[in-house]
Design a binder for this molecule. Structure first.
Ligand code: ZN
Length: 390
């Protein structure tokens, strides 16, 4: 057993892994985490927590008080899986066709439950602990819905923390940055309507396929010509659907875009320029457009104080080598960004490993959460809670 692990966690490693495999075999999509949230609530109750379910749909909060310490600490895990067909061939692979824990939220939930048990039974702290198990992190904004349902009014926190596993980084090492750590993420759906017709008589039509193609090319000028080159911005046309036959000119086309930025002013500028370009390109060809601009997740901003605190906890525990050197902001996004807008805190990544062991990207049918980092992640929660609620 690794000597740096919290002994009470290390003792239960096999049990934690078994729980993770059980969650992995039974994945549930966002807002449908009925089995998972029931399992979470039952375990928390068994450990002595006050349990509040049904927050943000299937969200669960477990509260535990020890001593007279005034501080209140929130720790978050996410519970949802993805609509993906698993192809790992593991003996605990998903038993549900078309659903898979391909982002490691099974590991996040198992690690926080393991910490919950230890924090209740053995850990030494004085204050209030709120363990937040959120639904629907994958795009559906379960974190925001918990806030709308009064998360911090019902369970006030002085600081809130979360972690996510990250393939491609050394297993069990931690990475974070003060300030902007992840990008905003917005989705745009564009519907182009022209005038359909026979493929042999293009002069009588307004070709929606051609209009969508021009829009696609024009959109690529936003990052290259409109955004300050020192800023981060992404405009991806991830889907473009039009037409069904070679001799029919399409009347409609649908495009789906993913838009990312770090700075709020860049996020605003991308919105303005996308709308202008889509409208004017369509007008050039005499087509109509409908733009559904879906503001999704803001950029994730870590509080400098809480980030310094989390980094110091890791240093005191694992030494400087516990932290990933040269960490840079990530271009992905997270709905913990809403939580951090409501309460100071820090989001860290834990390396899931590289190459064969843990290196497969999340959201890939071959991905698996690395069991080697489960006890490390649970130990981090214990160290953090004991340091914050001293
Ligand atoms: Zn995830």
């Amino acid at each position: 057993m690794e000597s740096f692990l919290v002994p009470g966690i290390a003792r239960n490693t096999q049990e934690i892994i078994a729980l993770r495999h059980d969650l992995h075999a039974n994945p549930e999509l966002g807002y449908e985490e009925f089995r998972t949230s029931e399992l979470v609530a039952k375990q928390l109750r068994d450990y002595g927590y006050d349990v509040h379910g049904g927050l943000g749909g299937t969200g669960v909060v477990g509260t535990l008080r020890k001593g007279a310490g005034p501080l209140r600490l929130g720790l978050r895990a996410d519970m949802d899986a993805l609509p993906l067909q698993e192809r790992t061939g593991l003996d605990y692979a998903s038993r549900v066709p078309g659903k898979m824990h391909a982002c490691g939220h099974d590991g996040h939930t198992a690690a926080l439950l393991a910490a919950a048990r230890h924090l209740a039974a053995e850990a030494d702290f004085s204050g209030t602990l709120h363990l937040i198990f959120q639904p629907a992190e994958e795009g559906a904004g379960g974190g925001r819905r918990m806030l709308e349902d009064g998360l911090f009014e019902l369970f006030p926190c002085d600081a809130v923390f979360a972690f996510h596993n990250m393939p491609g980084f050394p297993a069990g090492k931690f990475g974070t940055l003060p300030g902007t750590f992840m990008a905003s993420s917005d989705t745009v759906v564009v519907k182009v309507t022209g005038r359909g017709g026979h493929g042999s008589m293009p002069h009588l039509t307004v070709d929606a396929t051609l209009v969508a193609a021009h829009i696609t090319v024009a959109l690529q000028t936003i990052v290259s010509r409109n955004v300050d080159p020192r800023q981060m911005a992404v405009v991806t046309v991830g889907a473009l659907h039009a037409g069904s036959a070679p001799n029919v000119i399409a009347e409609t086309a649908e495009m789906r875009l993913s838009v990312r930025a770090y700075a709020p002013e860049v996020r605003e500028a991308l919105h303005r320029r996308i709308v202008e370009l889509v409208r004017t390109q369509a007008a050039v060809f005499g087509a109509q457009v409908e733009i559904d601009y879906q503001w999704r997740y803001p950029a994730l901003r870590n509080s400098p104080e809480m980030t310094a605190f989390a980094q110091q906890v890791i240093r005191d525990w694992l030494g400087e080598e516990g932290l990933i050197a040269g960490m840079e902001p990530l271009t992905g996004s997270e709905d913990f960004s809403f939580t951090l807008e409501a309460c100071p805190g820090c989001y860290v990544i834990i390396g899931n490993g590289e190459g064969e062991r843990g290196g497969c990207s999340v959201h890939n049918p071959g991905y698996d959460f690395n069991d080697d980092i489960l006890a490390v992640a649970a130990s981090y929660w214990v160290k953090l809670a004991e340091a914050y609620l001293r």
